[in-house]
Write a protein that binds this ligand. Sequence first.
Ligand code: ADP
Ligand code: MG
Length: 556
Amino acid sequence: MNKGNINVSVENIFPLIKKFLYSDHEIFLRELISNASDATLKLKHLTSIGDAKVEYGNPKIEVKINKDDNTLHIIDQGLGMTADEVEKYINQVAFSGAEEFINQHQDADGIIGHFGLGFYSAFMVADKVEIITKSYKDEPAVHWTCDGSPEFTLENSDKTERGTEIILHIAEDSKEFLDEWKIRELLNKYNKFMPIPIKFGTKKETLPLPEGAAEDAKPEEIEVDDIINNTNPAWTKVPSELSDEDYLNFYRELYPMQFEEPLFHIHLNVDYPFNLTGILFFPKLGNNINIDKDRIQLYQNQVFVTDEVKGIVPDFLMLLRGVIDSPDIPLNVSRSYLQADGAVKKISAHITKKVADKMSSLMNQNREDYEQKWNDIKVVIEYGMISEDKFFEKSDKFALYPTVDGKYFTWDELNASIKDNQTNKDGKLVILYASDVDGQDQYIQIAKGKGYEVILLDSPISSHLIQKLESTKENVTFVRVDADHINNLIEKDEVKISKLSDDDKEKLKTEITESINNKSYTIQLEDLSGTDAPFIITQSEFMRRMKDMQASGGAG
Ligand code: ADP
Ligand code: MG
């Protein structure tokens, strides 16, 4: 037996590792399975180029719980390690990796999905770790043991099959990781789409009855490996290989509890200047801008990293669902660092462009269908227009402005349709809008009676969109239909005079103002053209926007 000391510069790193990431101990399993998968893929590569003269076969990774021994086992059939390699990769590489990680990340909370701690994360849950490994090279198997102190032992082992088994002696305070349901949940969370099959126990499978079997024949049941992952998820394939049905099936796989179908998808596939694949789905959102629990998931080489993608994808896309997989997003850094990172900015810009292009093409391909979906996607588009300038610049190609009577205009169409008869005294184009068809019906009817278009802007962020459009587009102003008498909003000469005397008008105004008890409203009696109403109550665009701002906490 060989004893040694791991080269430690931080006096005792193990207690640190253990304390570290207290809430996130579970990531040890992802790290160890990633290593097993890496080792298998490396062997695949070596055999394919002829450097490893062994049969690659159909390797899998097995995860096993042994309740009697309080151990958790991760077993692979990858390239394995020789004694020298254990010395080098485990005692030196893995250790220095862990040490570096801890030194750099005392503020552990910011690190994306706590990615990259590596092999030593095993000590977050185990008080003793063993490695039994046999290299694909013709060398004896070895057995490494370490109890969390800087000392380790290394001896020969009688393991005969190629590959590595990691044995974790689960610590008293981490017993949950000996629970089958817990492990299954973690495998499902982190490893559901990893490229090598992962076996966790067995399951019963019913064989189909042979043809011509007797009517009362019992189907045969057999015990098969329970493989928990799909090694070829849709996003790793080329779009031309996939049907709409395939995308839908993938959506269901990703969000088993989501019963409503998505409206459409965007397949991302970039290999220059960075690598990124993924599929984004547009759910039916209506006016909902809450980010629900079924969020976009971030992967790295098919390993789940996190579904907290703030700072990694543009905010407006966080309303979507789906998967983004990129080896080029640096994950063992903090989120604030990431937000300033050039690569991430490029990735964000690219995804934004892809979404804009997809919108344009959807609208061009089938405008009617696009119009029907508009109400369910508009919050994403409006949010994007407000927050991403590049998206806004392209939005004339795909943003729609629905009217209260069911027409859908593009910006240019809307302008063309109102330019001859909807201007104000300053010569600006007046875009009349309603935010609530029922509540503002009277005013809408008056405006329509005059032949004006009234568009419907009823999303929770419409007011921000209006500001954006007013400050960007030239010579337009938005006014809500009930902001003033229509003849004050839009320049027109015909006027229908009230028959009341001036005195009566003043009395009536005072009475009405008192009864609604709100001085921010104006009572109009002078001109009642376009309506049979005896008077009109309005609230100026300015007063209302002020009130709206106060109501939304003063944010502009
Ligand atoms: P990383 O995976 O980032 O290299 P780790 O700390 O996870 O860092 O692992 C350190 C090294 O130990 C790996 O690079 C690899 O050489 C070796 N190793 C870990 N697990 C295995 C395994 N299951 N089979 C073969 N080698 C492994
Ligand atoms: Mg690793």
